[in-house]
Design a protein around this ligand. Structure first.
Ligand code: KG4
Ligand code: ZN
Length: 377
């Protein structure tokens, strides 16, 4: 059970006390606000509003930071107002305001932090800056009441890492991508094949009618014993396979497209599954949990989900995949992470800074590269 701490009014907060937190998220291409309440340590999402920007970025095949920042600035107030309305509460009813303070695209993060500071100053409610990755990593506690410690695989458009989640502030990175995130690779594959954006769901759809054995694409870094991954070479291999077809046939057919998608998807799934097998072994050396949880948009992929589930079960681990709406970017996860940290006494003030990079595990070696969709912290 969590230990009580003094809050700003000198009262005690514990995870068993009812608590209501407003969460705000704007670190990539979703403007989100949510209200989450906990009582007896159980979460209830009273509202979760996500205003996506997909149509604004679709023509570019990826997120354009300047366009994203402007859209966040325009939509944040609307998202907050809607979240409070759906939750049927006023700002005076919340105990604190939690906001993503990084890592992510800086323009969006600044917009969110400024909005939260304004609300905090106006209402006198405490402010908590939340790490976006902590939001993802703690989601299984909100949705499935998973106990610490557990292993988390975060796979999204901007991130890919294994985390040992030991407490609401103690995360150990066991491995991660050294270049692209898998979602980014799915998006680039879709772009190379002219499928559209965001690429993940479109590649998965095309793969249904494809032959996954036709193209022998690499399983990067499987020759290395650690839990690090690389997906940029896979994308290059896919481009080469496409270009060879074009050189030979003058173009690619629908079947070629489907086969390329299926072969690519299998390569990502195999790589993630094998690295997950190793991450479970590494996790078991530092903690005694028996749960593997996933978060991030790529977790929506059926084949990847199935392979991760099998991998977990083969090692007697439970597999938790929170509902997709809480796996992808949302503000409920930020409210929940804020809630857990608030209960332990976390408070920020008007000096809270927006951070483009903010590794969860300060002791881990920094990873290489910086993704198009934000920092690979
Ligand atoms: O977590 P998310 O919504 O946003 C962040 O990147 O933070 O993840 C979006 C990513 C995109 O790159 C998208 O192509 C990928 O998740 N994605 C998928 C699928 N659905 C979304 N990748 C593979 N298969 C899917 N079904
Ligand atoms: Zn995210």
């Amino acid at each position: 059970m969590l230990i009580g701490q003094d809050n700003h009014e000198g009262q005690k907060n514990t995870m068993t006390d009812p608590m209501t937190i407003l969460g705000i998220e704007s670190s990539c291409d979703d403007t989100a606000a949510a209200v989450v309440r906990s009582s007896d340590g159980h979460a209830q999402v009273l509202s979760s509003v996500v205003i996506g920007q997909e149509e604004l970025h679709a023509a570019y095949g990826g997120v354009v930071p300047e366009i994203a920042a402007r859209a966040h600035a325009e939509q944040l107030d609307i998202a907050v107002e809607r979240a409070l309305k759906v939750a049927q509460i006023d700002l005076v009813d919340v105990d604190a305001i939690a906001v993503t303070a990084g890592p992510g695209l800086i323009g969006g993060v600044v917009s969110g932090v400024m909005c939260a500071k304004g609300l905090s100053a106006g209402s006198g409610k405490p402010l908590i800056g939340v790490n976006h990755l902590a939001g993802h990593a703690l989601t299984p506690r909100m949705t499935d009441a998973v106990e610490y410690p557990y292993l988390m695989l975060l796979v999204s458009g901007g991130h890919c890492q294994f985390l040992a989640v030991l407490s609401e502030t103690d995360f150990r990175r066991i491995g991660g991508t050294i270049d692209d995130a898998p979602g980014e690779a799915f998006d680039k594959t879709a772009k190379l094949l002219g499928l559209g954006y965001p690429g993940g769901p479109l590649v998965e759809q095309a793969a249904v009618n494809g032959d996954e054995t036709r193209f022998k694409l690499p399983r990067p870094l499987l020759d290395r014993p650690d839990c690090n991954m690389s997906f940029s070479g896979l994308k290059t291999a896919l481009r080469r396979a496409r270009d060879l077809l074009i050189a030979k046939q003058g173009g690619i057919s629908k079947q070629d497209q489907n086969d390329l998608c299926a072969s690519f998807q299998l390569a990502v799934a195999d790589t993630l599954a094998e690295k997950t097998r190793r991450a479970i072994i590494a996790f078991s050396e530092i903690a005694d949990g028996k749960t593997l949880a996933v978060a991030g948009g790529v977790a929506a992929n059926q084949l990847i989900g199935q392979k991760l589930r099998d991998t977990a079960h083969n090692q007697s681990f439970e597999f938790i995949a929170p509902p997709l709406k809480y796996c992808t970017d949302n503000a409920a996860m930020i409210a929940w992470a804020g809630l857990e940290q608030f209960a332990k006494g976390a408070r920020d003030d008007m000096t809270l800074a927006a951070r483009p990079r903010w590794p969860l595990d300060n002791t881990a070696q920094p990873m290489l590269g910086s993704g198009k969709k934000g920092a690979k912290a």
